[in-house]
Design a protein around this ligand. Structure first.
Ligand code: ATP
Ligand code: MG
Length: 491
């Protein structure tokens, strides 16, 4: 008997059919990958399984029992656990307390506080390599650690079915490898796992079966090799990425023409409290250049982007066309023609897709605004279909597209992108690569990219800065990067 047996499952949101007649089964001990383009219904399916959403019709049998009407806590008790796509840690609690909370009894009036909670939580922290940060607060930790903490919360429950929604998103290749190993070694033999992730390489090496979704419906189910070779899966999800695979493409960026210095940045020091995040970082960007900052999570990439946009304090100076921006507010800096798509997205959650985009183009006249909107919709067609939808109900990838789209609306001179590849399907990455190259080449847009996806960064950039523990440890042209540092980073 299968551990999980789903049949005829349907979920509608208004006119959108997010999950369509899905049948699937998962056996004890099986590790299943769930893939599909952005908005194909993967997260919705996981939320139906755990009871966050109720299906419109269909059946979910877990361990032989029909559970589609059960509340979440009852399903968790029966042995399900989920790692959500978006981490929402409790910032006033330590890492250990966050994990402990997942283990607390699910009744308000429970008078017994199980004595082994502390030990179980510590063990889960240890399994995920968090033992050194159990007393730290989530806000002070790099992104990779927050994802690990989310996995620890789920694993602490020793579930029979572990559902993970993009645990690897935003991690560098070496961090992905580490986390995958930790998860596999922490897992007990009979535990089944359903993994959603856009990191094709990671999914491929992790799972023994793959299910592919497209517009809510199942389009393939079987051996990983077979599913990855499936023509429809390649067309709607993989694009050319499997052929290009891990082979490095030479940079396709055109050399910047003039010598006009746009951005001249010299940061002596950037600190959060006592912790020094950046030290003696210098970056110069010429007009028309495509520069990328690469480095591990926690290296300081996002802080650097925030310094340029006036969101954090620092000592040193940042000059835009020779003029210091140090005393300017973020609003003033943005008006100079600098657009920013932050890693944390910062969308206006209760505003619609169109309203979010209009906020980006708030200083354009009606005619320009319409033209820009059309450009963004051409780049991300799904946004046109979702124009009236509030931002918080968009899928992870759709939110990322909206963040990039909003920055493009501004018609900037310098576009700053912090991890734009986060959570996007391979086909969408291709579309974005092409669009950025086009903007860079035909309109001469200057771009500053912070990225952990090296293949993406190298393909697009003129110059690379490697940020290592808050300092630039390497700077130069793409070709030299590949020769001199590449291999270490491309594991
Ligand atoms: N509460 C909601 N209201 C309206 N539409 C919704 C809601 N939740 C999800 N959707 C829509 O349903 C579709 C499926 O969303 P889902 O989050 O399941 O996609 P996904 O496969 O996880 O995508 P991604 O890879 O981008 O995370 C999306 O197009 C999304 O906009
Ligand atoms: Mg999702």
């Amino acid at each position: 008997m299968a551990l999980l047996e789903v049949s005829g499952l349907n979920k509608r949101f208004g006119g959108i059919r997010a999950v369509k007649d899905v049948d699937l089964s998962v056996q004890e001990g099986q590790i299943v990958g769930l893939i599909g383009p952005n908005g194909s219904g993967k997260s919705t399916l996981l939320k139906l399984l755990t009871g966050v959403h109720k299906p419109n019709s269909g059946s979910i049998r877990f361990d032989g029992r029909e559970i589609h009407n059960w509340p979440i806590n009852k399903r968790i008790k029966q042995g399900m656990a989920i790692v959500f796509q978006h981490s929402r840690p409790l910032h006033r609690q330590t890492v250990l307390d966050n994990i402990k909370l997942a283990l607390l009894p699910d009744r308000v009036f429970n008078i017994h506080y199980p004595g082994d909670i502390e030990a179980k939580a510590l063990q889960a922290a240890r399994l995920l390599g968090l033992e050194d940060v159990v007393d730290a607060y989530p806000g002070s930790l790099p992104f990779g650690y927050i994802r690990r903490m989310e996995v620890a919360k789920a694993l602490a429950l020793s579930p029979r079915l572990l559902l993970m929604d993009e645990p690897f998103a935003g991690l560098t290749p070496s961090e992905v490898g580490e986390l995958a190993e930790l998860i596999l070694s922490a897992r007990h033999e009979k535990q089944a796992i359903v993994l959603v992730d856009h990191n094709v390489k990671a999914v491929y090496s992790f799972v023994n079966r793959i299910i592919a979704l497209y517009v809510g419906a199942k389009i393939a189910d079987g051996e990983p090799r077979e599913v990855m070779a499936n023509a429809e899966v390649r067309r709607v999800f993989l694009g050319k990425s499997m052929d290009e695979g891990q082979i490095l493409q030479p940079s396709m960026a055109s050399e910047p023409g003039g010598d006009n210095l746009l951005l001249d940045l010299d940061i002596e020091s950037l600190k959060y409290g006592k912790a020094e995040i950046l030290r003696n970082v210098s970056i110069r960007i010429r007009e028309g250049e495509f520069a990328s900052i690469v480095g591990l999570n926690g290296a300081g990439k996002s802080s650097l982007m925030k310094a340029v946009t006036g969101l954090v304090n620092y000592t040193g100076d940042v000059k835009w066309r020779g003029m210091s921006t140090k005393r300017m507010t973020t609003a003033q800096i943005i008006r100079l023609g600098i657009a920013f798509a932050p890693e944390t997205r910062e969308l206006f959650h209760h505003m619609s897709v169109k309203e979010n985009l209009e906020m980006g183009g708030e200083r354009l006249n009606r005619h320009e605004l319409e033209a820009r909107l059309e450009d963004v919709y051409a780049l991300f067609p799904i946004l046109r279909e979702r124009v009236a939808q509030p931002a918080y109900t968009l899928s992870g990838g759709e939110q990322q597209m909206l963040t990039i789209g909003r920055a493009l609306m501004q018609a900037p001179s310098l576009l700053i992108l912090d991890e734009p590849t986060l959570g996007l399907a391979p086909v969408v990455l291709e579309a974005i690569s092409e669009a950025l190259l086009k903007l860079h080449q035909s309109r001469g847009l200057t771009i500053l990219l912070a990225e952990q996806n090296l293949h993406f960064a190298l393909k697009l950039s003129n110059s690379i800065y490697l940020l290592d523990h808050g300092s630039i440890s390497w700077h130069g042209a793409v070709a030299d990067f590949v020769q001199e540092v590449g291999d270490k980073f491309l594991v």
